[in-house]
Design a protein around this ligand. Sequence first.
Ligand SMILES: *Cc1c(COP(=O)(O)O)cnc(C)c1O
Length: 369
Amino acid sequence: MTTRVWDYLAEYENERAEILEAVDTVFRSGQLVLGSSVRGFEEEFAAYHGAAHCVGVDNGTNAVKLGLQALDVGPGDEVITVSNTAAPTVIAVHSTGATPVFVDVREDDFLMDTAQVAAAITSRTKCLLPVHLYGQCVDMAPLRELAAEHGLSILEDCAQAHGARHGDAIAGTMGDAAAFSFYPTKVLGAYGDGGAVLTSTDEVEAKLRQLRYYGMEKQYYTVSTPAHNSRLDEVHAEILRRKLTRLDAYTAGRRAVAERYAEGLGDTGLTLPATVPGNEHVYYVYVVRHPRRDDIIEALKAYGIQLNISYPWPVHTMSGFAHLGYGPDDFPVTGKLAGEIFSLPMYPALQADRQEKVISAVCEVLAAL
Ligand SMILES: *Cc1c(COP(=O)(O)O)cnc(C)c1O
């Protein structure tokens, strides 16, 4: 039996009655789109973060896109982000008509190197888009300083960092708005697609509600700016309400898995994930590093363990972004990491005995290298 890098089936068995009850609640409610479940989830997700507003949307990519548009990002603007991210971060920037501008990441924690941001700012820069990658927060203080100095907005990409903290601050409350994905694999996942944007500004909230709803202020009002249909689905919203009550428990489960890896793999020569001081990591993925990554993955195939690489191709090397004009070696840390990182199985319901098999297989393979 293959141990998958992510699996929801054990969790579904534990929560099945509740999930099916959530689906039935929506089906019997008499309102299938933008009803009490979306509204209820928005209120509860905002309250979890201590944010004033949450606007549910259809997925994380559109959460980034609508978040940028609500912050007035559009054609001619530049948005500073990283190439070491999930491609949708950059696709969302592209889809607003703005130009993504990359900086490199730091070698120890794989997060945006905020020291490089000042040099990337031009007269066209409109927004900073840090990605709280793999489950921990980018250091936001230097970004907030730069934003204040240059009159820029900040959108946090929180698609991998539900509930992650830096000091007293929770991811999603450290910029002008924050985009979340509820894609099933995420730390808070729906049973299909979903997303949300948090903001504490009334004006941004009003724009988001309009942007996700064709550009209308209310149902059957006229359209001032033609926009999108990016509504969060009622069924997923109701499931997410139930799952939100367990978010901290899921994170505790992920941390327990991470601790077992740290104990079992500490002396193997693998570089294990480093938590930035002051950060509370939520381990969306468990990314390790080794110069002989490809040999390790090849050898582990025989053990029935699925491994992932997040991400094998930095966005600036993808043919779809060739028009940005970057060379393959422009971001040396990002480039080096892409050849050395891989992710071990990580999800809260990963059973300890299965994880022990992963650990012993990795130990065997590394000892034989
Ligand atoms: C998953 C992800 C997205 C996109 O979310 P979808 O719900 O799949 O559209 C955006 N940014 C990051 C960093 C992600 O990990």
